[in-house]
Structures are given as structure tokens and as C-alpha cells.
Design a protein around this ligand. Sequence first.
Ligand code: ZN
Ligand code: ZN
Length: 364
Amino acid sequence: MDIPETGRAMVLEAQRQPLREMDVPVPQPGPDQVLIRVAACAVCRTDLHIVDGELAEPKLPLIPGHQIVGTVVQTGGRVHQFRVGDRVGVPWLGYTDGTCPYCRKGQENLCDHPLFTGYTLDGGYSEYAVAFAQYCFSLPESFGDVQVAPLLCAGLIGYRTYRLAGDNIERLGIYGFGAAAHIIAQLAVHRGQSIYAFTSPGDTPAQEFARRLGAVWAGDSTQMPPDKLDAALIFAPVGPLIVSALRATVKGGVVVSGGIHMSDVPSFPYRLLWEERVIRSVANLTRRDGEEFLALASQVPIQTETQVFALDQANLALERLRQGQIQGAAVLVTRSAGDQVIEQGPMDDASSFSAESRPLNRST
Ligand SMILES: [Zn+2]
Ligand SMILES: [Zn+2]
């Protein structure tokens, strides 16, 4: 397979600045790495936190992006999991040391010396990317490249958030109805759970989106739901939602925050936490989460709603996400994917993408 010397990439040179499009050398895979020709890379709110400086000390310059789908074009000498031509997915967890106390306890998501794709390792806003083969996933064949990309973080971390809410849940609240919520809601509905969706006040398109995915109730995050919730998942980076969610849960209810960054949580009366309510956060993912979730996703099957942007429109995609204008998930596609042109349409004018007018499973 022909591998060029350079490829296009969107590069963060300093935080709080737009990404810059440039030609960069195609990286050489290390002995445990694969070189991937990127087809698609979904955009995560974490990417925005990195660009906006809410997450400190990224690698700089940095190629963001940690929901990478592509084809292996070269393998390092010690790679045995994948061969040239295999399709792989690369998630946020890019590397762990395997030896720290957390790794030894099976909590690799809490590793003391981790590397994260698109944060401390270069990621997938690029035509080519390298990744440690042990942390890449095989992807279910039933999904197209664009469709599967958001499963790699919104799906995986959403799943871990959902899993940590526990069992025996009939009524599940979801605060923030974006990429993760639209994926996890489908899994929960599939399992017969009732979804209560909370959005920013007045965001009726997101509320309609939630109802279309099967939510029994959708409303403003300032409202109380008509029924008490057994658990609540929080996917919006808004600290006061933790307090709102506590108010809305039954005795013993669990509130799980899925985000990596959140505004401060205001103080609240102890009685909201009393009666054995639980607040917990989620950090990163384990490879087991990924394998479990990807298998479930193809069983359900989960259908992602995507808004597609060309790689060089990464700044536009980030701005749309910042403004709350992405329904479902934004996905960047490389023009070099060539024979894998998945998306028809005017990619140079993303404003013409109207999520409402598109069927749910429109990405393949
Ligand atoms: Zn470790
Ligand atoms: Zn992410």
C-alpha cells in the first residue's frame, strides 16, 4: 500500500486558538503500533474542552480527535492483533502502563501513567494516525465508518456511565441530550427502560429528538420530571445539574456524571443526598467496556445520527458543538478516504445540514 510522506491534519498549536490546517509527516508506527489511514473521526465535547483550555497541558502541537475509524496500512514489528487492510477503531484510552496499582486491579481507566488519544497522543483529525494496537478495537461490520465513529467515545463512555448507574432501573433520566445521550437512550429503550430527557431550557429541537428516540418525557433541565427517577446520567458539563438530578431521584437513586470537565457543583442541603442517594463520576474507559459495548451496539442495533464535516471544517464542527447546534454527533471525514466516500452532500456548506430533515440512520 502506498504511504505518502505527508498528510493533511488539523493541528492545535496553542489552546484557545483555532486549529490550523497543515501538511504533517505521516508518523512511523512504533513496534507496538499500527499506522492507520483515517476515514472518519467523530468530534467529542472533550476535544472542545482541550481546544478551549478547560483541560490543562495537552501535548502541543496536538492533532485532536479520539474517535478514529480507519484502515491499518502498516504494522509495527510486535503487532499481532491486526493486519494491513483491517478496519480498526481508536478510542480515548490510548495506552496504559499495565503495572501501576490501578492497572493491576483491573482499573486501567484509572491508570497512573496513561496516554490519551487526541490529548497526550496525536489523534484523528488527520489523514494518518498511529495508535497502540492493544488499545484499538475491531469494529462490527454492520456499521459504516461514519456511523460507527461516535460509538468510540460517546458510545463507550456513555456506556460506562450507564453501566455504573446500576441494575434494576425502570426510569432513567438523561441530562444533556447530545452524542452520548442519543446512543445510550437507544440501548436503554431496547432494554425496556423509560427515558426522561432533560435539555437546556427551551431547546425544543433536542427535546423532539429525544422523543423521536423513544423518550417517554422530554423537558427543560429546570423542570422536575413527572415521575421520580431510579437513576440519572449527566452528559452536559453543567455542575448544577447534579443537584437537579439528585432532587429528581428516588431513595437510593444514583446520579452519574459522564463528563471529564464540569462547571462547579453548587452546595446543596444534605437531605438531597440522604436516603442513600449516590453521586459518582466516570473517568475514561476500559477495553472491556469497549468490547462489551460494541457487541451490544450491533445487537440493538444502535443507529447514530451524524452531521458530517470535511476534515478541514474541524473548526466549524467545534464551533457548532460549542453553540449546541449539533444534533447527535459531528463526524469529520477525510477526502483521502477516496473510494469510501460515505456522505453525499455539500460538505463545504455545513449550514445546509439539517438534522431534522434527515432519517435517523442516514450515515451509511
Ligand atoms: Zn497503570
Ligand atoms: Zn470523548
